[in-house]
Design a protein around this ligand. Structure first.
Ligand code: ADP
Length: 820
């Protein structure tokens, strides 16, 4: 039997029709005792509610008879539900005690010989008595009257049922929305419950239970419970549905877009770009020279690529990766030019001096030419101040060997990943600097310059120095591992040249693997030579004034070197020469008269007032000021040490950013002086009555090291004895408590700085004399270099022999000073 359903097409009745009494039932008014007598229509698996319209199918003969007779007599029937639907001939016990009086519409004959009819429930009845069972059942029943109005409690129940019903309709699309409007307009509580019950897809048992509840309030109560349970299920269903729908929507959208793209590509005659692309990549991989292992790995990636939807986010990542593999020089060597004579010519052509470096390169080329299979490449380390030609010599070596030249700066690299790259799982990952530079080189045996290897940092982000170790270790660098590539890369054919300003800050294990070649700073004569041979011609050419015949006079060049630059290298010199050339170029371009001979006066005119003052050389002989020679990363420097004695209690004060070692060195000097006070003619009592203040000017620059020891001692003794320090004397050396002078480092740079500053005498520890071998001859001939072993020797040279006329007294402190 059919379940009643609002959506039944066959009996599509509007809601308003359902509210009306469809069928006339004039003969069924209750008798005086309130009972009615009517035929029974036994119902199986079906519950009819008052006012509900429903089709029924009539199978049983008895039922047909009951209906026909009711129609002829224009009477209603009572729909009674069987307890057990399978009973064919039910008797009184087989029925539920509550039924619904129904009006019956026209009987329809069906093609299979059965019949159907539309029925509409009228009201609940309670069976009082079975009048007869044959040929069809007739009963006497009591009409159950339901109240039209609702008390407040019932009204609340009605409202809550309505709310639940509304929510149900939102969630369950099978219930038409107007059902809610309809329900809203029902004022009778019992009817509201019945109407909602029939609208919902409740189970048969639930419906039966609701039919049996005669009290409207109780019926509503039961209904809210059922609705709550129903809502739970519906909400869960809805949630699942939404989730499924979202998934479906997304993949449908993608599918749709992809189809569209295909169509667009076909329209444009491009075919399937993506497929063509992967085929292309495969072809390239097959034809490019690659190690087998690399090719295999790359092919695998192409396979992955071809199985991906073209819009997948990984596509770009994999493509970039394959491009990297294809672009890297895995195994294409350039042929070396191992002609020693030719190399010598190239090196001489490009650079002045730098004998040691050039010789080492030529030796290397010679060995290679005799033993071409020799695998190991030397790792050279060029150490020296900036602008002395380290980089440009590297370039020239590459030139003479016929190798590619690449360069990467390691200055400030803190993170190992900068050298080794990031794993591909990181967004935007790339190979590290080594692999990137190899790609730029385009050959697997370039000359690879690693600049500023002394400026590598190491901290919590990993140790870039250890990664560099792998790069520079001939045992390991044939399979250098980059995090991005994840494939070993052979660096063993690369010729590495590193550069540094200072040896001391290169990590020892790295230094161990390198062959150090020192580049000293240049003296003036060398600078002049380099300028004439290389810098001036280059600048003249770069500024397009070849035709003008411009020449720099020697005094002009000297003036630039002395008054406009202060450096160990020639970078500043080249810059100033360039400026002069540009001035001339501009005059020419403006049609003015331009000079061809650059004189010292023109230099001042073009470059402005003097920039560097050799103040030290112009100084007077002074008390309490001595000149120290210092080593810095940019070459040597001369530095004044000032000492003042002031009233106090024997303290020692040190300023000018002096490091710990330097301060200790000052204390050692003090102790030595005290122990020699008598010989130096210093009154011992004086130490009790005064403070000594040592200051190193240019207080902003940190200074350290023991090599100012003898200078500090000299300055203090000068201050205590009132003897002048000779202005043309510079010195360097460590002092011991007994006054012995110990050797120090950076001698060449220091001596060159002294020479640059115009000092005439340099005091050096005797043991350092061996370091002077490579000093240019002019320097040795223009300056007196005096080896010393003891502080006594130092004083003899540095302090004038003049008599002290007025022995010094400690100066009064500022706050107590009256007049001075
Ligand atoms: P570094 O790498 O040591 O800092 P560079 O190689 O950059 O110095 O040199 C700076 C400039 O000085 C370059 O133009 C270079 O050609 C020039 N130069 C330095 N030394 C010489 C030299 N001995 N002969 C010719 N040119 C030189």
């Amino acid at each position: 039997m059919n379940q009643p359903n609002w959506n039944e097409d066959e009996f599509d009745l509007t809601l308003s029709q359902r509210t009306e009494e469809l069928y006339r039932v004039p003969n069924m008014e209750p008798k005086a005792d309130g009972f009615i007598e009517a035929a029974v229509l036994p119902l199986r698996d079906m519950v009819i509610f008052p006012r509900m319209v429903s089709p029924i199918f009539i199978g049983r003969e008895a039922s047909l008879m009951a209906l026909e007779e009711a129609q002829t007599k224009e009477q209603t029937v009572i729909g009674l539900t069987q307890r057990d639907p399978d009973v064919e001939d039910p008797t009184a016990e087989d029925f539920l005690p509550i039924g619904v009086e129904m009006a019956v519409g026209r009987l329809l004959d069906m093609p299979d010989g059965s019949h159907s009819a539309l029925v509409q429930g009228r009201r609940r009845v309670e069976i009082v008595e079975f009048l007869r069972l044959k040929p069809y059942i007739r009963v006497r029943a009591r009409i159950i009257h339901e109240p039209n109005a609702a008390d407040r409690q019932t009204q609340a129940l009605m409202r809550s049922v309505l709310n639940q019903f509304e929510r149900c309709i939102q969630l369950d699309r099978s219930i038409p929305e107007e059902a809610h409007v309809f329900a809203l307009n029902i004022s009778e509580p019992g009817w509201l419950a019945d109407m909602i019950t029939t609208s919902l897809g409740l189970t048969y048992e639930a419906k039966l239970r609701l039919l049996m509840i005669l009290e409207p309030k109780a019926r509503l109560g039961q209904l809210t419970n059922l609705l709550a349970a129903e809502l739970d299920v519906l909400e869960l269903e809805d949630e699942i549905h939404t989730r499924v729908q979202n998934e479906v929507d997304k993949s449908q959208r993608e599918y749709y877009l992809r189809e569209q793209m295909k169509q667009i590509q076909t329209e444009l005659g491009e075919g399937d770009i993506f497929t063509r692309d992967t085929v292309d990549l495969k072809k390239r991989l097959e034809t490019t020279v690659l190690p087998d292992e690399v090719r295999k790995a790359a092919m695998k990636e192409v396979e992955r690529l071809s199985q991906m939807p073209p819009m997948a986010p990984e596509v770009g990542i994999i493509r970039t990766y394959i491009d990297w593999i294809l672009d890297l020089p895995w195994n294409n060597l350039t042929a070396d030019n191992l002609d020693v004579k030719n190399a010598a010519k190239t090196l001489e052509r490009d650079h002045f001096g730098l004998k040691k470096a050039k010789e080492r390169i030529l030796e290397y080329i010679a060995v290679r030419s005799l033993k071409p299979k020799k695998e190991r490449q030397p790792i050279l380390c060029f150490v020296g101040p900036p602008g002395v030609g380290k980089t440009s010599l590297g370039r020239s070596i590459a030139d003479s060997l016929g190798r590619k030249f690449v360069r990467v700066s390691l200055g400030g690299v803190r993170d190992e990943a900068e050298i080794r790259g990031h794993r591909r799982t990181y967004i935007g990952a790339l190979p590290g600097r080594i692999i990137q530079t190899m790609k730029r080189a385009g050959a697997s045996n370039p000359l690879f310059m690693l600049d500023e290897i002394d400026k590598l940092y190491s901290d919590f982000r990993g140790d870039p120095a250890s990664a560099m170790l792998e790069v520079l270790d001939p045992e390991q660098n044939n399979s250098f591992s980059d995090h991005y590539l994840e494939l070993p890369f052979d660096l063993s054919k690369v010729m590495f040249v590193t550069t540094a300003n200072s040896l001391s800050s290169i990590p020892a294990p790295l230094l161990d693997r390198m062959e150090v070649i020192e580049f000293p700073g240049y003296i003036e004569e060398e600078k002049v030579e380099i300028a004439n041979r290389y810098l001036i011609p280059r600048q003249i050419e770069e500024n397009g004034i070849e035709e003008l015949g411009v020449a720099f006079e020697l005094p002009a060049l000297q003036r630039i070197i002395r008054e406009y630059t202060y450096e160990a290298g020639v970078r500043g010199l080249e810059r100033e020469i360039g400026r002069v050339c540009r001035k001339v170029a501009r005059m020419k371009a403006e049609g003015k008269k331009y000079p061809t001979a650059i004189t010292p006066d023109l230099v001042e005119k073009f470059l402005g007032p003097q920039q560097v003052f050799p103040s030290e050389a112009e100084r007077q002989n002074e008390v309490g000021v001595a000149t120290s020679l210092a080593w810095t990363e940019t070459g040597g420097e001369i530095m004044a040490v000032e000492v003042a004695i002031i009233e106090g209690k024997g303290g020692l004060q040190m300023t000018g950013q002096m490091g710990e070692v330097m301060q200790e060195s000052a204390q050692a000097a003090m102790t030595y002086i005290k122990s020699r006070a008598a010989a130096l003619k210093i009154d011992m009592d004086m130490f009790e009555r005064m403070d000594i203040h040592i200051h190193m000017p240019e207080g902003g620059i940190p200074k350290d090291g023991p090599s100012a020891g003898i200078t500090m001692a000299t300055a203090i003794i000068s201050a205590l004895t009132g003897r002048h320090v000779l202005k043309h004397v510079g010195m360097t050396g460590e002092i011991t408590l007994r006054g012995r002078v110990l050797p120090i480092g950076g001698v060449r740079e220091k001596v060159l700085a002294a020479h640059r500053a115009g000092l005439k005498t340099v005091i050096l520890p005797e043991k350092n004399m061996k370091d002077l071998v490579e000093l240019p001859k002019t320097v040795r001939s223009e300056m007196k270099i005096v080896p010393v072993q003891h502080m006594d020797d130092v004083l003899e040279i540095a302090l004038g022999k003049q008599k002290v006329i007025d022995p010094p007294k400690p100066r009064k402190r500022q706050d107590e000073q009256g007049e001075e």
